[in-house]
Design a protein around this ligand. Structure first.
Ligand SMILES: Nc1ncnc2c1ncn2[C@@H]1O[C@H](COP(=O)(O)OP(=O)(O)OP(=O)(O)O)[C@@H](O)[C@H]1O
Length: 260
């Protein structure tokens, strides 16, 4: 979906989002999904109710695709998905109001020329008057050490600054669920730590795909995906060391194969 399609899709969605904690939980039942000509999910079933769920897996394993299913950016060929009490197929247009999405590539997310407009959009969509939405956007920026950024052109920000704006835009309307695809990869250490602390305090259910395993160490549940299959599902203490060892073995094998 391009920027303008995404904008018009979001414009057409109806109804205010429930407050965080009011609705929650995600259920996938026998979900089948092809990406391009290739089958990815073949009968995936998951019940996701924990507040902090991390997704790990090699490039192309299906993390982004799983997150995109949750806010209606893609739809499965077969199977049912319920998100925050909504049937994802019947209520596709309402899903962006339930699932705040932070894209891996900020260019897929940014719709407006200025920082304030980008952050205020979701608030105005919830029915806030324009002036109030803009004031709240400025307050959120100030709370994250970005006072005075409101008028700045998003195009002129660094990648990390754009990523921060995208995260604040997703958080601003307080949707019950946040789906975050590598959300902190470009942020400097101080901004990353400050945002992590803020994310930890948020009441929302958060699903986060990350290659930085340290970010997920305190999560409630980790799903390890390989080629669209959940190969491990458990606590960080259970899954992350096994995943790390697997990846190190993969790297060693690749290095060996590359030797002359
Ligand atoms: N727009 C698309 N069209 C066709 N195939 C796609 C598309 N997007 C992803 N795929 C394919 O779907 C599979 C899963 O990709 P996905 O982006 O979900 O993986 P990922 O685990 O998020 O990877 P990464 O760690 O690189 O972000 C891959 O084989 C990929 O090539």
């Amino acid at each position: 979906m391009g920027r303008h399609e995404a904008l018009s899709d979001m414009m057409q969605r109806s109804g205010p989002a429930p407050a965080p904690g009011e609705a929650g939980g995600i259920v996938l039942s026998d979900v089948w999904l092809d990406r391009g000509q290739t089958p990815l999910f073949r009968g995936l079933s998951l019940t996701l109710t924990e507040r902090r769920i991390g997704l790990v897996g090699a490039n192309g394993s299906g993390k982004s695709s799983l997150l995109r299913l949750l806010n209606g950016l893609i739809t499965p060929a077969r199977g049912d998905i319920t998100v925050a009490d909504l049937d994802a197929r019947k209520h596709r247009r309402d899903l962006p109001g339930r699932v705040g999405f932070v894209f891996q590539n900020v260019e897929h997310q940014i719709l407006f020329p200025t920082v304030r407009e980008e952050i205020a959009f979701g608030l105005a969509e919830q029915g806030l008057a324009r002036a109030e939405a803009r004031a709240q956007a400025d307050a959120l920026l100030a709370a994250h050490g970005c006072a005075g950024w409101g008028e700045r052109a998003v195009e002129e920000l660094s990648e990390g600054q754009k990523q921060l704006v995208c995260i604040l835009a997703a958080i601003a309307p307080a949707p019950p669920i946040l789906a975050m695809d590598e959300p902190l990869a470009s942020l400097d250490l101080a901004t990353r730590l400050a945002l992590l602390a803020r994310l930890a305090r948020l009441p929302q259910q958060i699903l986060m795909a990350s290659h930085d395993l340290d970010l997920l160490a305190d999560f409630d549940r980790i799903l390890w995906l390989e080629a669209g299959i959940v190969v491990a599902d458990g606590t960080p203490a259970d899954v992350l060391p096994r995943y790390r060892a697997h990846e190190m073995a993969r790297a060693a094998a690749a290095a060996e194969a590359a030797l002359p």
